[in-house]
Design a protein around this ligand. Structure first.
Ligand code: ADP
Ligand code: MG
Length: 483
């Protein structure tokens, strides 16, 4: 469902296309052997190539190419066996080469598609225009000295994939869903860690408005949007701003705008008229990149199960709802954890415990599943103890709380705390008799027709057994004695 902005002249439709820069997960840079590790001391990971010393020659990192191909396959895109690196010329203090090596006319990956999942359960396909490889620039640092700016070239030459979407996105929710899905796919593939806070993934959001059915309007490109929440807020702000301009009789100038998270607004950075002419031309230091189809097919064979496939398998193999499956596959580590819990156990029970108990606590403590004090093996064991009636579901909650607090295994907790369910009919019968003897009035009332009191007796017996009596046996014995 397209998001509509209500104006004074009627409804307006939001049109969005996104350009996402994703830093490739790789140990070394796109054209040099320098390390790409995040957080190193400034300028400690800069080779002569990255510093653009005269006469240095770039050498293409094969692994980065492999990662781009893997990504292209993961987003259902055409892989171009022939692609070309070009120089994109511009001046910036943190770009010592004076140009960025990028791809322009011949990108490594062509058209594709990404399915996005909307909160109402519907699925929509967003077209991918292209994915190309390029180098990142360095970083200017303005907050380390009162009057000077510094340049840190650690990031200079790091490998980026730029993934460009078609203008198929129709609102803030879809934009968020697109970015979240793309990030999930990259994380599953292991081609980008998707960490938006560290800037490993950055989105440029192009927004235009139109009356439903009209041709596309003029767009503005919002740069520097670095979280899902910021995408939501930037689109909401920008769409309203454009409607106000248009309804006041003005027109939208194509321009680049900056999202300011502290003010919650976008503002003009540069207009298209002053935009750079990059003078792209094929980099004479690099031959066109020609890939062998067999090599691409080999990479295809090593693709992991992707989020959509995993979700559908969880639904068919484990009988989970679309919602539960969606939450479990949202992170690959979470899905792997769940599969370990469910292995050889009641899969639905395993899903309930993983989602409603474990993830609920982890969320509260703001911990990722990798830091869960309860291991998948131990949670699986707990499920097994419920299924084989060693403990009741109610006692299991206490055992689980103890597991979460101590990291201990459920069997030792059940053992040392004496929580084993009582299935000895003699012992249960004794308690049943006691409860009947202690409550003559209720017994009389029950026999007189107050059927609802049965629950009272069950509760009393369970309470007396400290929750350990097997509920089925309690029911059976009470029925026998009371009827
Ligand atoms: P540029 O390189 O100038 O940014 P592109 O053709 O690469 O131009 O387009 C960039 C992005 O803008 C793409 O994601 C595309 O889908 C999106 N886009 C193009 N036209 C519109 C429009 N009218 N409204 C919203 N987004 C658009
Ligand atoms: Mg652009």
């Amino acid at each position: 469902m397209a998001q509509i902005v209500k104006g004074q002249t009627g409804d307006w439709e939001i049109v969005i296309g996104m350009e996402v820069h994703a830093q490739i997960t790789t140990k070394s840079k796109l054209f040099s052997g320098s390390s790409t590790e995040f957080g190193a001391a400034p300028n400690s990971q800069v080779s002569l190539v990255d510093a653009a010393m005269p006469g240095m020659l770039p050498v293409l990192n094969e692994y980065c190419v492999e990662q781009a191909v893997r990504t292209g396959l993961g987003i259902n895109s055409e892989i171009n066996l022939y692609s070309v690196f070009e120089r994109k010329n511009y001046f910036y203090p943190d770009l010592p080469q004076g140009y960025q090596i990028s791809q322009f006319l011949h990108p490594i990956v062509g058209k594709g598609a990404i399915e996005i999942d909307m909160p109402d359960g519907s699925v929509k396909t967003i077209g991918v225009t292209r994915l190309h490889l390029e180098q990142d620039a360095g970083k200017s640092v303005h907050d380390q000295h009162p009057t000077k700016s510094y340049v840190d070239l650690n990031r200079s030459g790091c490998a980026l994939m730029e993934i460009v979407s078609e203008p198929d996105i129709r609102g803030a929710d879809e934009a968020v869903a697109y970015l979240a899905k793309l990030r999930m796919i990259l994380q599953y593939l292991g081609t980008c860690n998707g960490n938006m806070e560290e800037g490993s993934m950055r989105a440029d959001v192009n927004v235009s408005m139109r009356k439903p059915g009209d041709p596309l309007g003029t767009r503005c490109e919002i740069k520097n949007v670095n979280s899902l929440k910021a995408v939501q807020m930037a689109v909401d702000y920008e769409s309203r701003r454009q409607v106000e301009v248009l309804e006041a009789g003005g027109s939208i100038k194509q321009e680049t705008r900056l999202w300011d998270p502290s003010k919650g607004e976008t503002r003009s950075m540069r207009s298209k008229e002053e935009a750079h002419d990059y003078r792209y031309f094929p980099d004479p230091d690099l031959l066109p990149l020609e890939l062998k189809n067999e090599w691409v097919l080999k990479i295809k064979e090593t693709l992991p199960e992707l989020p959509d496939q995993k979700k559908h398998r969880f639904m068919s193999e484990f009988g989970l709802s679309s919602y539960d499956a969606g939450v479990l596959i949202a992170e690959r580590s979470r899905a792997d954890f769940y599969e370990l819990v469910a292995k050889g156990r009641d899969a639905k029970l395993a899903a309930n415990w993983t989602l409603n108990e474990l993830l609920a606590l982890l969320n509260k403590d703001q911990k990722p599943i990798s830091e869960s004090p309860v291991s998948a093996e131990n949670l699986g064991l707990l499920i097994a103890r419920i299924s084989d009636s060693t403990i009741s579901g109610k006692i299991a909650k206490d055992v689980f709380a103890e597991m979460y607090a101590t990291g201990n295994n459920p069997d030792s907790i059940i053992e040392t705390k004496g929580l084993k369910q009582v299935t000895d009919s003699g012992a249960i019968e004794k308690i049943v008799d006691e409860v009947i003897a202690e409550n003559p009035d209720n017994v009389a009332a029950y026999k007189g027709g107050k059927d609802k009191l049965f629950g009272f007796f069950v509760g009393q017996v369970l309470k007396k057994s400290q929750g350990k009596a097997n509920p089925d046996m309690v029911n059976e014995l009470l029925k026998k004695k009371l009827n």
